[in-house]
Design a protein around this ligand. Structure first.
Ligand code: KIV
Length: 295
């Protein structure tokens, strides 16, 4: 069951792509206008990632992002999307206290924000139980293994994972366990292509790679990175498809010059009174003023 561009993407139709192709196209989005553009461009899966914190909200990493921020931005995205599957990212500390709180938070993405699924980082035994509990509560879950950015304080810095045998095996096992726990797809972030290929062979659910090579069933990038809109460091795996930073800076400089030199606004960008109203409004030369023109 391959999708044509007009078909609404569902979890079963995405999963069918593993066998039939085409590869799954995923990007992040955080607001109404960009989500609308991506949806109309035929992106299959839109992830409202907690990368929101870094590329939109100006946080140093994803740790400070809150549930309310995620819900606010996911709502803007789902208002725009007609075809793509929208997945909301569970932010740090939204799934760390108890199963009940995890399900309550995850359900907000579906009930309040209109997403079809949630994504959760990691595959520890405790995390797998949460995945099972969410799936049991009818909340579709996407897993995320390899580099898990919410662990930044543990890791020290963002780096490629699974480069030695033990770490590579752990990633494959994590993915298999996530599938068993009921995840419908898994993000594979920052790992050697050989490891991602092995995971993709080992599971029956789609793998969505970011810095994980071509063997994955689909690819995701952070929108602001691929648009050339992000400021600061870009990982090696990002390909820049545009220079939005340059476009915005160029437009802002051109506008500033026009304002300073009196070229904006011009006649075409101004409103005018009808001549008779303008005449009525114009100061009249009254007899009592004896022809003096007010200054
Ligand atoms: O937050 C995010 O944007 C993500 C992607 C990098 C997969 O988790």
């Amino acid at each position: 069951m391959a999708n044509t561009p007009d078909d609404k993407i569902t979890i079963p139709s995405l999963q069918a792509r593993k066998a039939t192709g085409p590869r799954i196209v995923c990007l992040t989005a955080y607001d109404y206008p960009t989500a609308k553009i991506l949806d109309e461009a035929g992106v299959d899966l839109i992830l409202v990632g907690d990368s929101l914190g870094m590329v939109v909200l100006g946080y140093e990493n994803t740790v400070p992002v809150t549930m309310d921020e995620m819900i606010h931005h996911t709502r803007a995205v789902t208002r725009a999307v007609r075809r793509a599957l929208v997945v909301g990212d569970m932010p740090y500390f939204s799934f760390h206290l108890s199963t009940d709180e995890t399900i309550r938070n995850a359900s907000r993405f579906l009930k309040e924000a209109g997403a079809a699924a949630v994504k959760i980082e990691g595959a520890s035994a405790k995390r797998l139980k949460l995945v099972e509990a969410m799936v049991e509560a009818e909340i579709p879950v996407m897993g995320h293994v390899g580099l898990t950015p919410q662990s930044i304080h543990h890791l020290g810095r963002y780096r490629v994972r699974g480069t030695a045998v033990e770490g590579a095996r752990r990633i494959v096992d994590d993915a298999v366990h996530l599938e068993k726990a009921g995840a419908f797809a898994i993000v594979l972030e920052s790992m050697p292509v050989e490891v991602a290929a092995e995971v993709t062979r080992a599971v029956r659910i789609p793998t969505i790679g970011i810095g994980a090579g071509l063997a994955c069933d689909g690819q995701v990038l952070v929108l602001h990175d691929m648009l050339g809109f992000s400021t600061g460091y870009l990982p090696k795996f990002v390909r820049k498809y545009a220079d939005v930073h340059g476009v915005i800076a160029g437009a802002a400089r051109a506008y500033a010059a026009d304002v300073r030199e009196g070229r904006f606004p011009d006649d075409a960008t101004s409103y005018h009174l009808k001549p008779e109203v303008a005449a009525e409004l114009a100061p009249k030369k009254s007899a009592s003023r004896k022809g003096r023109t007010p200054k």
